[in-house]
Design a protein around this ligand. Structure first.
Ligand code: GKR
Ligand code: MG
Length: 429
């Protein structure tokens, strides 16, 4: 019997193979429950964008980011700028995008545009090398990434509007401490989360403190966070910090601006966290000088991608600042990227935020790769992000976007349809 085996050499893609030849930018809209926050209420649809990058040798990489008319224009400018670059040249891609968007005044916006393409490029790098994105980022320091239960005050349904019927959801109403505890029980029983965040800034602070106390009683062992998105003055924030002393893992963005946060931090018994007053690298120096925040919520969508998020982690470690992760309404491409970067960032020691329980049933990625078990998501084994696009779903959500004629997220305008004198002037209390 002939026992010899022939091994075929694996052909390594050349630099020319990995050049970007084609980028598709698809705006989508997916359903969202009526979640309340400090500036209004979530609309029935969320506008987001799916990015597909293709290379000369036919590889495909995926990215996802927030939508909006100006974002779509900037993504198109960015896409033109990086076509022809190699997906391995992400530093060059960033320079090209910054150059092409030089007239765009917001660092934040340029970073967001680059991020969507960087994730897609890393996805392709993974497919080209047979490695996962977290391996490309330096390897994992944890096999699974813990997330927190992200609770929102909410209406039972989107009210009937402009001849369209009301839209209810499986979550029901949560407008008081009992409703919030019930929501937490449902979310924790389905996802197994081991920490809890309450989105506040909706009701007067004494009511939100009561909700925190009710959560503490219902879930004695779980870390709790409260985030009113700057709805309170310095004085109110100090009072809330005193009333919730010993109850919170951190208090997130109680008041606007670095100076205000520093005044609150000076007397608060818990760390202050932010995704509002430190949102770019050049905010960190002043924050450190003032002692304004003790935890930064990173977010690769806004901090310029996965590699820059790891750099943020290193800076946080240098200054003894904790690192957590912010989220906005998102689907599975973003979740996969969040998991890969969190798994490969040693500084990220807090459970990450995610809106996935509110939006995940709409996903554009095929089921199976991302599962919450005991509140954590196992790092997809890859290659790349480890997720596959469901084209039928993408088409459906794109059509939904076209039919809705959405231009930008508008929580305040939507709230004013039901409460005409509502204003989003903060701080409110
Ligand atoms: O989804 O309403 C929301 C949140 O308020 C979101 O927009 C925030 O950016 O989750 C975010 C936060 O932590 O501030
Ligand atoms: Mg926040």
């Amino acid at each position: 019997m002939n026992t010899s085996t022939t091994f075929q050499a694996i052909s390594t893609p050349t630099a020319a193979d990995l050049k970007i030849t084609d980028i598709t930018i698809t705006p989508i809209a997916f359903s969202d429950p009526p979640l309340l926050n400090a500036v209004g209420v979530h609309e029935p649809l969320v506008h987001r964008v799916v990015i597909e990058i293709r290379t000369a040798n036919g590889l495909l990489g995926l990215g996802e980011c927030a939508g909006g008319q100006s974002r779509l224009v900037n993504l198109a400018v960015g896409a033109r700028a990086i076509t022809g670059a190699s997906v391995f040249d992400t530093t060059l891609m960033e320079l090209l995008i910054n150059e092409a968007l030089a007239a765009e005044p917001s660092v934040f916006e340029r970073a967001a545009v680059f991020s969507a393409f960087e994730v897609a490029a890393l996805d392709i790098q993974g497919h080209a090398t047979g490695r996962s994105v977290s391996e490309l980022l330096g390897g994992t320091v944890r096999d699974e990434v813990p997330f927190s239960a992200y609770l929102f005050y909410k209406w039972a349904e989107h009210p009937a509007l402009d001849g369209k019927p009301a839209i209810s959801d499986e979550w029901g109403e949560a407008l008081d401490p009992e409703g919030i505890v019930l929501q937490a029980r449902k979310m924790i029983s389905e996802y197994g989360f081991k920490s809890i965040k309450l989105k506040g800034g909706v009701f007067p602070p004494d009511q939100e403190i009561e909700a925190i106390k009710a959560l503490r009683q219902a879930f004695p062992g779980l870390p709790l966070r409260l985030d009113p998105n700057t709805a309170w003055t310095v004085e109110t924030s100090r009072w809330v910090a005193q009333e919730t002393s010993g109850l919170l893992e951190y208090l997130e963005d109680p008041t606007p601006g670095l100076d205000g946060m520093a005044e609150v931090a000076a007397t608060a018994g818990m760390p202050l966290a932010t995704n509002m007053c430190v949102v770019a690298f050049d905010h960190i120096k002043r924050s450190v000088e003032l002692g304004a925040v003790q935890v930064i919520l990173g977010d690769h969508h806004y901090w310029g991608g996965l590699r820059h998020t790891r750099e943020l982690g290193a800076i946080c470690q240098t200054f003894g600042i904790g690192l957590s992760m912010h989220s906005n309404s998102h689907l599975g491409i973003s979740l996969a990227a969040m998991v890969h970067v969190a798994a490969s960032t040693p500084a990220l020691t807090y459970a990450c935020d995610t809106h996935y329980p509110w939006n995940g049933h709409n996903d554009v990625v095929k089921p199976g790769a991302l599962r919450f078990v005991d509140g954590s998501v196992k790092v997809p084994s890859g290659p790349g992000l480890g997720v596959q696009l469901d084209r039928e779903k993408l088409g459906e959500l794109h059509q939904q976007y076209l039919d809705a004629g959405m231009t930008a997220r508008d929580d305040t305008g939507y709230m004013q349809k039901f409460v005409p004198d509502y204003t989003a002037d903060l701080p409110r209390w």
